[in-house]
Unconditional design. Structure first.
Length: 316
């Protein structure tokens, strides 16, 4: 049974890795917000294998505040794993996520909740004015534009750590690998309503950014994973068949054109690399279509295992 609005429990899930300098200040800021708004809350810190003393700081915070919960990994597994475990243990009707580096502002929590209560299931923060180096902001703009274009979801900042979720979203969406960047995409394709609100962003105060070019490249590879598993997982022929058909038609067109030249003008084909290319494209196109058909056969065989995200059910 859902809690009443007054007793609604808010779970604040914070993944962290080597943020020992920022944790006390972050806790104080969160404490100010929850006390001022009289929230019923829990703070779940997920220590992703820190080796700088972060866990010791968290233990001291828990000694003075039992609303502080700690989950500590034996080694570094990544942000997606930390969020997945945090979601699993969160008891709240609403889950707030934020990074531990003080760049996300806890004072935005009321704004996220207000937007969520407008009928959204997931509200993502938008760091409209960012205080990051250009080596991070430019790739981020390209990344967000690409994801928005390919998925059709009109939000500006997919990777913002500051988000609000209804509990049903965190229970439905499975986070693994590096897919935390695409939680709005996964939620959208599961049928949830996605919103966005502009949030305050702060310059990094302690430590150094963990962003690197490898994360940027991995992000686009993960985008392919998300697009396939959301749009084409149940209909692989739509993807492989479309690509295969286009490649096949291109190859067939080339070979047909050269064959007509041979018939009409007597031009030899044996010394035409374009003819070899046409044959190769035709073969590759047939192979793609065959892969799509095999995928469809496998999908049909496992249709009885398919699950659906149900919003409501009335049987009486």
């Amino acid at each position: 049974m859902a809690r009443t609005k007054e007793k609604q429990l808010i779970s604040i899930v914070i993944p962290l890795y080597n943020e020992v300098e920022s944790l006390n200040e972050l806790y104080q800021q969160i404490n100010e917000v929850v006390k001022a708004n009289k929230y019923n809350y829990e703070i779940i810190f997920v220590d992703d294998g820190s080796d700088d003393g972060s866990l010791d700081v968290l233990k001291k915070l828990r000694q003075k505040d039992k609303n502080v919960k700690i989950i500590s990994f034996r080694r570094n597994y990544g942000k997606s794993a930390a969020l997945a475990v945090g979601f699993e243990h969160a008891k709240g009707d609403v889950v707030i996520t934020m990074d531990a580096d003080l760049q996300d502002d806890p004072h935005e929590i009321p704004n996220l909740l207000k937007k969520l209560n407008e009928g959204y299931d997931l509200v993502s923060g938008w760091k409209k004015k960012r205080y990051d180096p250009i080596t991070k902001t430019i790739p981020s703009k390209i990344f967000n534009f690409t994801v928005s274009t390919l998925t059709g979801i009109k939000i500006h900042d997919f990777n913002c750590g500051l988000k609000a979720y209804r509990k049903s979203v965190t229970q439905d969406i499975k986070v693994y690998g590096e897919l935390h960047r695409y939680l709005p995409v996964l939620a959208h394709w599961a049928g949830y309503k996605i919103g966005e609100v502009i949030v305050q962003h702060h310059p990094r105060k302690y430590g150094k950014t963990k962003f690197g070019i490898s994360r940027f490249l991995k992000g686009f590879l993960d985008l392919l994973t998300v697009l396939f598993t959301t749009r084409y997982f149940k209909r692989p022929l739509h993807l492989f068949g479309t690509v295969g058909l286009l490649v096949f038609l291109l190859g067939f067109g080339i070979t047909l054109y050269l064959s007509l030249l041979k018939i009409i003008e007597g031009i030899a084909l044996s010394n035409r690399p374009l003819f070899i290319l046409g044959i190769m494209l035709t073969i590759v196109g047939v192979q793609f279509i065959s892969i799509g058909l095999l995928g469809e056969m496998i999908t049909r065989a496992y249709q009885h295992l398919e699950t659906y995200s149900i919003k409501e059910i009335h049987l009486d």
